[in-house]
Design a protein around this ligand. Structure first.
Ligand code: ITT
Length: 202
């Protein structure tokens, strides 16, 4: 019963923004961030979100001897042919801050009109029962929006201040955590993941 309320599941992420969102959606489950077990981040050597999510989940499951969940996510900007994509966390270079990445994105899009600034967040969420699990559970979510010309709002993390959410007519960083989780790529992926895990247990 890997998703029972008493089963510890290690969350293979070091991103505090993500950890908060995932723990809120999986409230009622024992989701423990990998930092509690001193897990060292795996190198994200994959060229796809799926590969990187599996690398992270396997690394955490191996070190903790526990089931694990990992999220690999990023931003696709149409005018930049899908960049920053899988390298969203390090778009402005290794060790770049959220602010560095946002600044680089705004610079790359300078002069591009609003209607051509379409973009989407992608999330792939993986569950592995153990490090050698040959049948990881994989779910994904996509959240459509547009890149603003300047940053607005202080909630969330990453590119949230420049991601315009058409259905709420505001930046993602202006949404409450609850509203963001109810519509975001991560919220979609996690809800789908839990359904798939339950189906596998039948
Ligand atoms: P972990 O690998 O430790 O989980 P990370 O930040 O390196 O953390 P990723 O490799 O999956 O994670 O990179 C995802 C990046 O995409 C993240 O750092 C943000 O810049 C961006 N991103 C993903 N989801 C986002 C969201 O909901 N809001 C804003 N930016 C997001």
């Amino acid at each position: 019963m890997p998703l029972s309320s008493s089963q510890q599941i290690v969350l293979a992420s070091s991103n505090l923004g993500k950890i908060k969102e995932i723990q809120a959606i999986l409230a009622g489950h024992l989701i423990v961030p990998q930092s509690v077990f001193n897990v060292i981040d795996a190198e994200e050597t994959g060229s796809t979100f799926v590969e990187n999510a599996i690398i992270k989940a396997r690394n955490a499951a191996l070190h903790c001897k526990l089931p694990s969940i990992a999220d690999d996510s990023g931003l696709f900007v149409d005018a930049l042919k899908g960049a920053p994509g899988v390298i969203s966390a390090r778009y402005a270079g290794v060790g770049a801050s959220d602010q560095d990445n946002v600044l680089k994105l705004l610079q790359e899009l300078e002069g591009i009109p609003d209607e051509q600034r379409t973009a989407r967040f992608i999330c792939v969420m993986v569950f592995m029962e153990h490090a050698e699990d040959p049948f990881p559970v994989i779910a994904q979510g996509v959240w459509e929006g547009r890149i603003l010309n300047h940053a607005i709002g202080t909630n969330g993390f990453g590119y949230d201040p420049v991601f315009w959410v058409p259905e709420h007519k505001c930046a993602s960083a202006e949404l409450s955590a609850t509203v963001k989780n109810s519509i975001s790529h991560r919220g979609q992926a996690l809800r789908s993941l839990t359904t798939l895990i339950k189906a596998r247990e039948l």
